[in-house]
Design a protein. Sequence first.
Length: 313
Amino acid sequence: MDEKDLIHYIRRITSPNLSETNIEIGPGDDAASVSVEGSPRIIISTDMLIEGTHFTSDSSPEKTGGKAVGRALSDLAAMAAKPLCSIVAICFPDGRSDEYKCALLRSIQEHAVKFGAPLAGGDTSSGTSNLVITVTVAGVPGPEGIVCRDGALPGDAVCVTGAVGGAGAGRHMSPVPLIEQSLELTQKYDIHAMIDISDGLSTDILHIAEESDVGVTLVARSLPLHPDAVRLAEGEGSGKRGAILHALNDGEDYELLFCLPENQARELISGGISGTAVSLIGTIKETKENSILWMDKTETELMDTGWHHLKNK
């Protein structure tokens, strides 16, 4: 059972009871939505960072703390939510110095405050062989409400902020949650569906397609390749196609991937959003077929080849 199968199982066992609770959006999106009587809805997400999987043992506590917070808050950005606070649980390995512990916690608080989600509490423990950090973030819907993964419509343009690919070369340790960009997008444009790119562009656009019950075609030449992706491909001798594969599959870009009417997309890409460039990279289709159009005009199936936890386990 891989991660996707496990999520489907979780949704099966939780969905029968959701109507009897205050949970408006449950498992399966970037964050959950919970109604609170007499108050705005609360948007909640949690994210785990594990030494050896998401960072190495020689990563600085400053970088590690920043990544833990940035990853979690990126999920709120994907829902167009405004952060409120963070709660952090940390399991320290035996022997980790007090200096390291304090530096990690300072970094977590500094990054959380920077993005409007100051540390409100949490839990600490010890005894594992690897450091494990879990950050839970809470927010409220932005002025235009939240955006889910399931609203993409046939004819929509697929757009992405920034540039993608090659984040593992070092950029993955400094995620910047695009909160401001997300809120501005929803205030100025009719955003039908959105997700942040954590598992890889190919995997995350297919999440949108599946949840929206549509298909998608991406255009390879339109993908905004990050210089890191180009450098990795040059080192491998795989050229432009290799850079595109990095852009599709590497993950941890933490850019926003979203769908909106094509006429609005054309307007958007001419000026970007909050100082961030935007590229139009594909189209949503009514038929549930997913493909990528290559530079030589050949079209092949778009495969889900990003990162998958629990794969082959």
